[in-house]
Design a protein around this ligand. Structure first.
Ligand code: GDP
Ligand code: MG
Length: 338
């Protein structure tokens, strides 16, 4: 009773009782770090919208993304090679649009759970020959819960059996009412096969982005979110990060969850090595100590030492979080009363 225990030991003993010892100080530190600083409006400039494509399986999400990419990314850009980094930027007459190409809702959901938001606008793809299906509803719920603007793309209008009116009718139940029916939701009939309606869809994305007044300060230390990451045989841990604020530079010290490091190289969605990446830019980064998780926040720190120390705090914090999900919390008194 009179001997002191270090944290590790206390944790070990607590685990024997299926309980958790809180390390409150650590949690505070992490929460403090993740807090968003107030930014001066005068430092903010317009940034491209970040768009994800959601919808029921087989309604044409992949086809739509492919069509947009192939018709809006000039082939010369990467010598004809299209790099897959989980996101890409298209150039339109109204400016850039960043598309997230991460499969399924998983990354999206985990980001939301971590309180991080990656997407500004969701394109809800509904096949005109199939209508509203379970994953359509799921997608609507996800987008609404995250407060993301929804644009409906009624796809496959080239098909004989397409019924645009029916889709509009079905979506009323989910409060997605077209403007011509007195609502405020944008509906775009498209065909990912013929390309019909896609330019109009992109126009609507830009218009929506304008209304949302999406801005970021490019002149600060970068902050972003991991879209996907993996261990590459030759290159080590590789993470695709969406820069959300500030500008990321080669050589920057970064902390991402329990990973840290110095950005050794950056590769953009066209497979090109770049030195800087501003707001709404997806980039692959090399030089991390380990593979981070999708949805984790990337922070640029003043030094590598600081980045490492943040990562270490995350390790302690993460372990605690994990335990608290499965185990009850307990004070030391409870522990000794067992
Ligand atoms: P995802 O599961 O939502 O990613 O759907 P896919 O893009 O894989 O498309 C599912 C199927 O629908 C594929 O066979 C596509 O060729 C087809 N498809 C997608 N878009 C269209 C379209 O606009 N018109 C027609 N006729 N077929 C389409
Ligand atoms: Mg697909």
């Amino acid at each position: 009773v009179n001997s002191e225990l270090d944290f590790e030991k206390a944790e070990e003993i607590a685990m024997e009782f299926d309980r958790l010892v809180e390390m409150e100080e650590q949690v505070d530190v992490i929460e403090e770090l993740l807090k968003e600083e107030e930014e001066d409006e005068t430092d903010m400039i317009v940034r491209p919208p970040v768009v994800c494509v959601m919808g029921h399986v087989d309604h044409g999400k992949t086809s739509l993304l492919d069509k947009i990419r192939s018709s809006h990314v000039t082939t010369g850009e990467a010598g004809g090679i299209t790099q897959h980094i989980g996101a890409y930027v298209v150039e339109t007459s109204n400016g850039k649009i960043t598309f997230l190409d991460t499969p399924g809702h998983e990354a999206f959901t985990s980001m939301r759970m971590r309180g991080a938001q990656s997407t500004d606008i969701a394109i809800l793809v509904v096949a005109a020959d199939d209508g509203v299906m379970p994953q359509t509803i799921e997608a609507i719920n996800h987008a609404k819960a995250a407060g993301i603007e929804i644009i409906v793309a009624i796809n496959k209008i080239d098909k004989e059996s397409a019924n645009i009116e029916r889709v509009k009718q079905e979506l009323i139940e989910y409060e997605l009412v077209p403007e011509d029916w007195g609502g405020s939701t944008i509906f775009c009939p498209v065909s990912a096969h013929t390309g019909e309606g896609i330019d109009e869809l992109l126009d609507m994305v830009s218009l929506t982005a304008e209304v949302l007044e999406l801005k970021a300060n490019p002149n600060r230390k970068a902050r972003g979110i991991v879209l996907e990451a993996q261990l590459d045989k030759g290159r080590g841990p590789v993470a695709t990060v969406l820069v959300q604020k500030g500008t990321l530079h080669v050589g920057d010290a970064v902390a991402i969850g329990s990973a840290h490091g110095k950005v050794r190289a950056m590769i953009n969605d066209k497979g090109k090595r770049i030195k800087t990446a501003g707001p709404s830019t997806p980039v692959e980064i090399l030089g991390l100590s380990e593979v981070p998780n999708a949805g984790e926040v990337m922070m640029v720190m003043d030094s590598e030492k600081e980045a490492r120390s943040v990562a270490e705090k995350f390790i302690a914090y993460g372990r605690e979080k994990m335990l608290s999900e499965t185990k009850q919390q307990l004070s030391l008194d409870d522990l000794f009363n067992q």
